[in-house]
Ligand binder design. Structure first.
Ligand code: FPP
Length: 242
């Protein structure tokens, strides 16, 4: 994307990375190969989003519902996650590129259900990334479900404020994404048109973009196209367009 263009950049883009399995089947590969390619596409998108100036980016890596997939696929996804976490730690420790010097990583979801090793790596990354310039916030949703997130936020609030009435702002401030802008644009690859329990609260006024491109094939050009389409939308937030 040409930085000189007068395009409005979404401040926060969220991705539902769908289609890894179909990508692999089309290539006569195991589904796990699709997830591996998906992790590579994720890394590419982090760097590209940073390079064009996106300030907040969120990826749906593993949902609370994904545990119900066949055990071998869950195991493959968890092993890809563990490797990805190790690679991220290395990138932060070695300042591997501008993006890792300036990005804060935030894991959203019930990470308590992950292995001890994964939780330790997550804590390392979050700690390390706090010291960065924080020009971009990267949320990785792992064992994430939006209904569980909202329920957790409400319970947290009522435990901390017994007897007090809860407001919309109280809920927002107790979500995993507290303090961040809501996503302006939600991109779903793989052609489906549903939210699948992703950011239900935060997505109230997001623009949706669905593309048939399968996630491992989603590249820089595809993101440019989504941002172009976003620029054609008139955002009204319930009011009238000006
Ligand atoms: C959906 O594809 C994708 C997922 C369930 C997980 C997304 C995971 C990645 C992109 C890679 C993992 C990255 C990390 C960091 C853990 P699908 O399998 O539902 O695709 P299908 O609809 O074609 O079957």
């Amino acid at each position: 994307m040409n930085k000189e263009t007068s395009l409005i950049l979404p401040e926060h883009i969220a991705f539902i990375m769908d289609g890894n399995g179909r990508w692999a089947v089309k290539k006569r590969l195991q589904r796990s190969a699709g997830h591996k390619a998906g992790a590579e596409a994720l890394d590419k998108m982090i760097s590209y989003a940073y390079s064009i100036g996106i300030k907040n980016i969120t990826f749906y890596a593993f949902s609370t519902e994904n545990w119900s997939r066949p055990a071998d696929e869950v195991a493959a996804l968890m092993s890809i996650l563990t490797k990805w976490l190790s690679i991220m730690i290395k990138r932060f420790n070695e300042n591997a590129g501008e993006v890792y010097k300036n990005t804060k990583v935030n894991f959203i979801g019930d990470t308590g259900a992950l292995s001890l090793l994964q939780r330790k790596k997550i804590a390392d990354i979050e700690k390390k990334s706090i010291e960065t310039e924080n020009r971009m916030t990267l949320n990785l949703a792992v064992n994430y479900g939006a209904r569980a997130e909202i329920t957790r936020a409400v319970n947290k609030f009522i435990t901390e404020n017994p007897g007090k009435k809860i407001s919309e702002n109280d809920i927002s401030q107790n979500l995993y994404t507290a303090g961040q802008p809501d996503p302006d644009l939600i991109i779903r690859t793989g052609g489906e048109m549903r939210l699948s329990n992703f950011l239900l609260w935060q997505a109230s006024y997001s623009e949706y973009y669905s593309t048939p491109v399968l996630w491992p094939d989603f590249d820089e050009k595809c993101l440019d196209e989504a941002i172009l389409e976003y620029n054609k939308r008139t955002r009204k937030f319930g009011g009238l367009s000006s």
